[in-house]
Design a protein around this ligand. Structure first.
Ligand SMILES: [Zn+2]
Length: 135
């Protein structure tokens, strides 16, 4: 019985977190790129780690990282219930992020990871992307 409740609780937390999660942040970044006149990106590229956006010609791979899932040092409030479970999960994500970065770099990709919270400052995101794309 306890297990059932735990699983149910987890999936509810998961749904709550996902609600403000990746889909939304990706759409926000698309809006920002439009604002900055940044073109030429593609989605759903089959590269390691499945980057959210890829600029194939410039070999730039973009990931938008949710503050919670990827353990943002500023906003990732560690949940008080099921703490161990979430800490382990976030740590796994961070490890995978590092591994993906190494893999892509070895293949001459530039990896740009954008925190969800930095989407509040579109101009900074635009300049950062332009800097990488102009190389
Ligand atoms: Zn954050």
């Amino acid at each position: 019985m306890a297990d059932v409740l735990t699983v149910e609780h987890r999936s509810r937390v998961m749904a709550a977190v996902k609600g403000s999660g990746n889909k939304n942040t990706e759409l926000r970044l698309i809006g920002i790129m439009r604002l900055g006149g940044i073109k030429g990106w593609r989605r759903n590229c089959s590269l390691p780690g499945k980057p959210d956006f890829v600029f194939a010609a410039a070999r730039v791979a973009i990931f938008v990282d949710g503050c919670f899932w990827h353990g943002c040092p500023i906003h990732c409030r560690k949940p008080s219930s099921n703490r161990e479970y979430w800490l382990a999960k976030i740590e796994r994500n961070r490890k995978r992020d590092r591994k993906v970065r190494e893999l892509l770099r070895e293949n001459n990709w530039v990896v740009v990871r954008i925190w969800e919270h930095s989407l509040k400052h579109p101009q900074q995101v635009i300049s950062r992307l332009q800097r990488h794309l102009a190389r």
